[in-house]
Design a binder for this molecule. Structure first.
Ligand code: PNS
Length: 162
């Protein structure tokens, strides 16, 4: 049995993230989506909202679970013994930072193996940051995120306007 952890901020989860989750769920017996709760940052969706949204979005995949974590990723990985760390690569530009993080995580804990999966071509330009920016400036992001995320973004925006 081989399991994986796929960590991220997921603020919000995009179709690019979902593409990696789907690919990982085919390769691994079990995939844990680890949602980072960083108390020093003010996310658009709070941690409970992000976990709830992702749980609903990954419902079709029977072998994917979603949980939040705080602090160092290596400490979270220690709570998941024998799990491989999966990261997504969109483009060459992601590589340098991801390489640095993989090496640093290995330095912090030699037992952690990082595996990279390539995002599908059509998602290679999608990021949570750009999705939020475009959405808040009234651009169309409908094809870039799962329908539930689009609805959640619209609801949040409407509530903030009241
Ligand atoms: O979706 P993101 O924000 O690109 O994900 C980055 C994430 C959460 C994987 C990374 O920031 C992380 O691992 N944060 C936890 C804190 C930590 O371990 N930092 C040292 C990384 S070498």
């Amino acid at each position: 049995m081989q399991s994986a952890v796929y960590p991220g901020s997921f603020d919000p989860i995009t179709n690019g993230h979902l593409d990696i989750i789907q690919r990982a769920s085919r390769v691994f017996d079990n995939v844990v989506v680890g949602v980072l709760h960083n108390p020093n940052k003010k996310p658009y969706f709070d941690i409970e909202e992000r976990v709830e949204i992702i749980r609903k979005v990954v419902e079709p995949y029977g072998n994917v679970e979603v949980t939040s974590f705080e602090g160092l990723l290596v400490d979270f990985m220690r709570t998941k013994p024998d799990h491989v760390l999966v990261k997504g690569l969109r483009a060459f530009s992601d590589f340098e930072y991801e390489f640095q993080m993989a090496m640093m995580n290995r330095k912090l804990d030699e037992s952690i193996e990082t595996l990279f999966m390539m995002t599908g071509n059509r998602y290679s330009f999608v990021s949570s940051t750009l999705v939020k920016e475009i959405f808040l400036l009234d651009g169309n992001i409908e094809e870039l995120v799962p329908p539930l995320v689009y609805e959640s973004l619209k609801n949040k925006k409407e509530r903030s306007l009241i």
